[in-house]
Ligand binder design. Structure first.
Ligand SMILES: Cc1cc2nc3c(=O)[nH]c(=O)nc-3n(C[C@H](O)[C@H](O)[C@H](O)COP(=O)(O)OP(=O)(O)OC[C@H]3O[C@@H](n4cnc5c(N)ncnc54)[C@H](O)[C@@H]3O)c2cc1C
Ligand SMILES: *[C@@H]1O[C@H](CO)[C@@H](O)[C@H](O)[C@H]1NC(C)=O
Ligand SMILES: *[C@@H]1O[C@H](CO)[C@@H](O)[C@H](O)[C@H]1NC(C)=O
Ligand SMILES: *[C@@H]1O[C@H](CO)[C@@H](O)[C@H](O)[C@H]1NC(C)=O
Length: 537
């Protein structure tokens, strides 16, 4: 096929990476011309009749995929190819692996990402972008009949010469990052579960608890900008929890911290210990300011086996010290059924923590409240009421409710570097971040599980409001397709995010054409239902 497309790669504008105060999309921006400048002439394809030759319902995506394939043959995976199928298998949940994009595009440079975004603008073909692929619901990072952009080739992990920072691409999962920085006695404060991607966790607000410094962002008009406290600081603020609504990040620069080995691991107990464990967890949250090196996640699960209901506390301490005193209350609780705490590297810890198997059906919901013993007990009792009867109706259902304290130290960190949009920093610590994650085997059980989880979530929300412990914030990384995350940040933050989006993406490309995740207006389901891309349609 002839065209004027062949020259890409060498095209004129290598990524423009000047750092300025703030760079808005030009008012007279013309995507056709921007693509021509990159060596891509869509009119040649249109004249060749590619848009009319097909009976597809989505000719614009066929046009986009054809254009990508002509320009970037090795990076474009068409339906039926082995690379296309391998890409689909790389998602964590079955619901996402079932999605069938028109094609997969795996760019190798920020410039190629830029071309892809310009093409979606011109063709109006919807897209999704994938980092680690751990988001659970269908369409979160893949898109039926659209173009799924794999960020896998952005797999750089570069430690700066002065060991102060590490450049990390969204093609990495945390495990790879830790494995590399460990060797230099360093750590970055990222996710705990090594199987999770750097891209989703960071833009969902995960690392803004800590220390990301800046990123390189491909904007809706194809320009590659630096976002930091100095360059485009409003964009930087928005990216620390605003999700994928502002651009696609091709590089994150994290602060590197010196880190020796840590102490930690899981300890499990059965029912008799539940009240004591909840009490100890509450005290750990309250006492956190006295020793912020300590952290723990408490998870209740119904095993459905002879073991019955169990609680696991995953403890960690960022020094190689066995049972630091702040954990004494846990150490005094008798009857632990397992305890594999040890001194280990972060890499070993995060690998061991990847306890949720990929390739299952999954659903997740989240809630935030004040850290409160009575409320934590209510959540546990509600789980153990609903879970066994749902397990009796389904196959291979594993349920868990995980509690994480949001400590005073975390809230203080959120105020650094210009803050973030989460709307949490002025709350009074400690808070409780709840995630319920359930996994099961068969699609025929979907409706039963969804209904049971919704019942659980409704009870939790009603109780929180009734007892005055509710906090509006919902964490994007644990949120369900029905949860309106951006609204939960508060009206002021939402307005500010929308204003920033209007500067960097005035025509709303990243919101309209990338419908599958948390948008600035409404829960994801509102963008997915009733469209050609609705998974149930
Ligand atoms: C059962 C379960 C357990 C979990 N456990 C943990 C846990 O222990 N610790 C934890 O921290 N988190 C946990 N998570 C949450 C996890 O952090 C989020 O799902 C996170 O968003 C996944 O990131 P990812 O890159 O793997 O996801 P992806 O599915 O690849 O991406 C998620 C979203 O982020 C967007 N995105 C990704 N990269 C970029 C980028 N470079 N620029 C712009 N947008 C981008 C994508 O477009 C997509 O919409 C868990 C989730 C589940 C379902
Ligand atoms: C954009 O540029 C193309 C090519 O130069 C031109 O044909 C088209 O009319 C322009 N579109 C707008 C809206 O100006
Ligand atoms: C776990 O085991 C260690 C010994 O390895 C012990 O010192 C500790 O008290 C146990 N319990 C907890 C909660 O760490
Ligand atoms: C972590 O280290 C321990 C002890 O050295 C080892 O037994 C275990 O296999 C390691 N786990 C992982 C996931 O690397």
């Amino acid at each position: 096929m002839r065209t004027s497309l062949s020259i890409l790669g060498l095209a004129l504008c290598a990524p423009l990476s000047w750092a300025q105060e703030k760079i808005a999309e030009p008012v007279d921006f013309n995507a056709t011309e921007a693509l021509l400048e990159q060596g891509i002439d869509l009119s040649a394809l249109e004249e060749a009749g590619l848009t009319t030759r097909t009976n597809s319902e989505h000719p614009t995506c066929i046009l986009m995929c054809t254009t990508l394939a002509l320009a970037y043959k090795d990076e474009t995976y068409q339906r039926g190819s082995s690379k296309y199928e391998a890409f689909r298998k790389s998602y964590w949940s079955d619901q996402q692996a079932e999605v069938e994009p028109q094609c997969v595009f795996e760019p190798t440079s920020a410039q190629q990402v830029s071309v892809a975004i310009l093409l979606t603008r011109l063709t109006q073909c919807p897209f999704a972008a994938k980092s680690g692929g751990h988001a659970a619901f269908a369409s979160a990072s893949s898109i039926e009949d659209g173009v799924s952009i794999s960020l896998a080739k952005f797999n750089q992990i570069n430690i700066a010469g002065d060991k102060e920072t590490v450049d990390v691409g969204p093609g990495n999962k945390w495990q790879a990052v830790y494995a590399k920085v460990d060797k230099q006695g360093l750590a970055v404060l990222g996710g705990r579960d090594g199987d999770i991607g750097v891209g989703g966790l960071t833009t969902g607000g995960g690392v803004s608890l800590f220390s990301s410094q800046y990123g390189w962002v491909v904007t809706a008009w194809g320009l590659i900008l630096e976002a930091s406290t100095k360059s485009n600081p409003d964009l930087y603020w928005a990216l620390r929890g605003g999700g994928n609504n502002f651009g696609l990040v091709t590089n994150f620069k994290f602060e590197a911290v010196k880190m020796d080995k840590i102490w930690g691991g899981p300890v499990g107990w059965t029912q008799a210990a539940f009240p004591a464990v909840i009490k100890a967890y509450y005290n750990l949250g309250v006492n956190s300011p006295s020793d912020p090196k300590a952290a723990a996640i408490m998870s209740f699960s119904a095993t459905g086996s002879a073991l019955g209901n169990i609680v696991q506390v995953l403890v960690s301490y960022s020094e190689p010290k066995v049972v630091p005193p702040i954990f004494n209350e846990f150490a005094a609780i008798p009857g632990a059924i397992y305890n594999t705490t040890s001194i280990r590297s972060i890499s070993n810890y995060s690998e061991g923590f990847a306890s949720w198997p990929a390739g299952t059906r999954d659903e997740i919901w989240t809630h935030t409240s004040v850290l409160d013993v009575e409320f934590m007990t209510f959540i546990k009792d509600t789980l153990f009421d609903i879970a066994p009867r749902t397990q009796a109706q389904t196959t291979g259902l594993r349920v868990s409710a995980s509690y994480q304290a949001i400590t005073q130290g975390m809230l203080q960190n959120m105020k650094k570097n210009g803050g973030n949009p989460l709307g949490l920093a002025d709350e009074k610590a400690p808070l409780l971040l709840l995630s319920q994650a359930w996994i099961w085997e068969n699609a025929e059980d979907d409706e039963t599980v969804y209904a049971a989880m919704r019942e659980f979530q409704t009870k939790v929300e009603e109780r929180a409001i009734a007892t005055g412990v509710n906090i509006d914030y919902r964490y994007m990384n644990y949120a369900n397709v029905y949860q309106d995350v951006i609204a939960s940040y508060g009206q002021d933050n939402k307005n500010r995010l929308k204003k920033i989006a209007a500067t960097y993406d005035p025509t709303g490309v990243l919101q309209r054409l990338q419908p599958g995740y948390f948008k600035l207006e409404g829960a994801p389901i509102e963008h997915l239902e009733g469209t050609l891309y609705d998974m149930d349609a």
